[in-house]
Design a protein around this ligand. Structure first.
Ligand SMILES: Cc1cc2nc3c(=O)[nH]c(=O)nc-3n(C[C@H](O)[C@H](O)[C@H](O)COP(=O)(O)OP(=O)(O)OC[C@H]3O[C@@H](n4cnc5c(N)ncnc54)[C@H](O)[C@@H]3O)c2cc1C
Length: 382
């Protein structure tokens, strides 16, 4: 193997490139990315970067003194894949002995919002720039979706002085991640920070003037005034360009435990990949930072012929209203949850989830020592 082509110049693709080099790979690595930028970190886009506390240089994933020789092909999307040849939207193509798909995800939007100024999603630094400009003091901001991104953007927008309302179609937002009792502990951060959270409401449409959004109409007849709307209703794997590639797709690119797709010599890693997980009891696609980095490194090892059985305990952190929330594992309905440290009412706690007595997940806020101990225990639990 002399030439590796990576599509997607972000965390997973860059982690893969770095790992190939640190493992001694001396062939060529080409990184194709549709964004014009070299890889940067996305978590700050809803936090410090959005708040204006960091610039693009401050969130670069490239380490200053590190030499990772790669050829960049930035600013042009991949439009198709034929065997080991990636066809770019400008008509050029790039071939490799191996191709790695690391195109991540794209935010879902609402069809009713199409073309309306003032309605945003958040995935890229340009999206964050547009939001920061819109979050002026006093602006009416409506956030649709109380998941991780919605909650973080709400927290940052309110810190910037905007008047923020969060709404969610679920009666119990985040319950699918944390279970109902602990989800309400986390989502109560909105209310105690002066941000109303409306649950069990759905969006019927938008009102506008001159092509710019002015309000969000709810199915129950209410109308919320809005200068800015942020749609945070989840993401879809960025696989449209693979439609005719022969690569098996199923809500993501289907890979084995080493990252191989159904097409020999084509691999995938990061948010876009769906991999088999014994821990999860089925195949999963994980949309968290730590996974994207570790999966990139694992797939690099697989590419170089090392045996790889990737199946870690997923981990995510989130910063909301100055509280760092950390979660590891998988929760299913019916799991027992017990607060083992701190006090949830103070948003300083660690909760352990058990299934038939076995530790399956841990949630923590502001007691890192206990969280880390239980996360280690979880990782050591088969
Ligand atoms: C605002 C925000 C905040 C986040 N905060 C956290 C957090 O606090 N904690 C946490 O654990 N995780 C967080 N995440 C998730 C984390 O950033 C992702 O899991 C991670 O970025 C996934 O990396 P990836 O490389 O797999 O995909 P991505 O980062 O999505 O990168 C994929 C790249 O491929 C490019 N691409 C897509 N299609 C094509 C194409 N056809 N041709 C060429 N290039 C293409 C995309 O433009 C992108 O640059 C956050 C994500 C966002 C957006």
């Amino acid at each position: 193997m002399d030439r590796v082509v990576i599509v997607g110049a972000s965390l997973a693709g860059w982690s893969l490139a770095r790992s190939l080099r640190t493992r001694g790979f001396g062939g060529s690595i080409e990184l194709i990315g549709d964004e014009p930028h070299r890889p940067y970190d996305r978590p700050p886009l809803s936090k410090a970067y959005l708040a204006g506390d960091l610039d693009l240089g401050g969130i670069s994933l490239l380490v200053a003194d590190e030499d990772v020789p790669v050829t960049w092909r930035l600013g042009v999307p991949a439009a198709g894949l034929r065997d080991h040849t990636v066809v770019l939207a400008d008509g050029s193509d790039v071939s490799g002995d191996a191709v790695v798909i690391a195109t991540g995800t794209s935010p879902r939007s609402l069809p009713a919002a199409a073309g309306l100024r003032g309605v945003h999603t958040l995935r890229t630094c340009s999206d964050a720039d547009a939001l920061r400009a819109a979050f002026v003091p006093g602006a009416n901001v409506v956030i649709i979706g109380a998941g991780f991104i919605g909650a973080e953007v709400a927290s940052t927008a309110s810190k910037l002085g905007a008047s923020v309302t969060v709404l969610d179609a679920s009666d119990s937002p985040m319950a699918h991640v944390f279970g109902p009792s602990m989800a309400s502990v986390v989502t109560s951060l909105h209310g105690i920070n002066g941000v109303p959270l409306l649950t069990g409401v759905s969006v019927a449409g938008f009102s506008s003037e001159g092509g710019a959004v002015t309000g969000v109409a709810l199915a129950d007849g209410r109308e919320l005034p809005a200068d800015v709307v942020v749609v945070g209703i989840g993401v879809a794997p960025a696989t449209g360009w693979l439609a005719d590639s022969g690569v098996a797709l199923d809500n993501g690119v289907v890979v084995d435990a080493a990252g191989r797709t159904s097409v020999p010599g084509v691999w995938a890693c990061g948010d876009v990949a769906r991999y088999p997980s014994v821990r999860a009891g089925g195949s999963i696609r994980v949309e968290h930072w730590t996974h994207a980095r570790e999966h990139g490194a694992a797939v690099a090892a697989g590419l170089l012929g090392e045996p790889v059985e990737y199946d870690p305990v997923p981990y995510v952190w989130s910063e909301q209203y100055g509280v760092m929330v950390q979660f590891a594992g998988f929760v299913r309905p019916g799991d027992d949850v017990e607060v083992v440290d701190g006090d949830p009412s103070e948003h300083r706690f660690v909760a352990a989830y058990r299934r038939e007595g076995k530790l399956v997940a841990v949630l923590g806020a502001r007691i890192p020592r206990t969280f880390v101990r239980l996360r280690r225990e979880l990782a050591a639990t088969p």
